[in-house]
Ligand binder design. Structure first.
Ligand code: DC
Length: 224
């Protein structure tokens, strides 16, 4: 039997992780795990309940009172919060920024850690996030760190939102992106960083397909 690998892809917001991971998982017939969606899901509920992001006690109650589950829908792990499919609602800049804020707290990270490990336990997974290679799947078969310049990532995010028909102002995306980079990289627990032994890919001058090809050229899935 061919070994089912664990492949991790980390990197900052707007580096192209989601698109690349989805295509890669599809090509390998693996499951795609978007771990940012888990943090976004909790942030969505925090916003709904108007919880103070900096209040560890409120976050602790939020974590103990919220059921977050993952369901494999056609090879993609979808997040449900208290039984609600939140996929569409969590894809806003507001939720992304809130997710970045609450993800700095240990209680939040602990709640989501086991869920992620369980999803990847059997292998056959492409897991994407900030700490996949450095914390969650330290024994992953292949670790990648996808990056691009700040300008390029801001441009991509702006374009992506416009294409989705969502209102987007370049200046405000720039501001949010800067704040998110700072929060994700400077937090004490599981900060965003290239994992040890990971392969770094700078996607500034590469198309999505070229990034996927680069990743595939670095992995060996073994013979059936
Ligand atoms: O990938 P994303 O933009 O959907 O992630 C939203 C936020 O969630 C991100 O800014 C930081 C947090 N996050 C995290 O701390 N660890 C992960 N593995 C994934 C996301």
């Amino acid at each position: 039997m061919r070994k089912k690998l664990v492949i991790t892809i980390d990197g900052p917001a707007g580096a192209g992780k989601s698109t690349v991971s989805k295509i890669l998982a599809n090509k390998l017939d693996y499951v795609y795990l978007d771990t940012g969606a888990l943090y976004r899901a909790l942030a969505y509920k925090a916003l709904k309940l108007k919880i103070e992001f900096e209040d560890p006690f409120a976050l602790k109650s939020l974590c103990s009172d919220t059921e977050v589950i993952l369901k494999n829908i056609g090879g993609q792990m979808k997040v449900y919060v208290d039984g609600e499919d939140v996929e569409e609602k969590i894809r806003t800049e507001e939720v992304g920024l809130a997710a970045s804020k609450i993800s700095a707290f240990a209680v939040v990270r602990e709640k989501l850690l086991e869920l992620q490990r369980k999803a990847g336990g059997q292998g056959g997974i492409v897991a994407e996030g900030r700490d996949m290679g450095s914390v969650v799947f330290t024994n992953a078969d292949y670790k990648f760190y996808l990056d691009a310049t700040f300008e390029e990532r801001t441009k991509r995010r702006h374009k992506e939102l416009l294409l989705k028909g969502k209102p987007s102002e370049y200046k405000s995306i720039q501001k949010d992106m800067m704040e998110r980079d700072k929060q994700d990289k400077e937090r004490e627990i599981a900060p965003l960083k290239a994992p040890e032994g990971g392969i770094k890919i700078d996607s500034d001058n590469l198309s999505i397909e070229e990034v996927v090809e680069k990743i595939i050229s670095n992995i060996s899935v073994g013979s059936p």
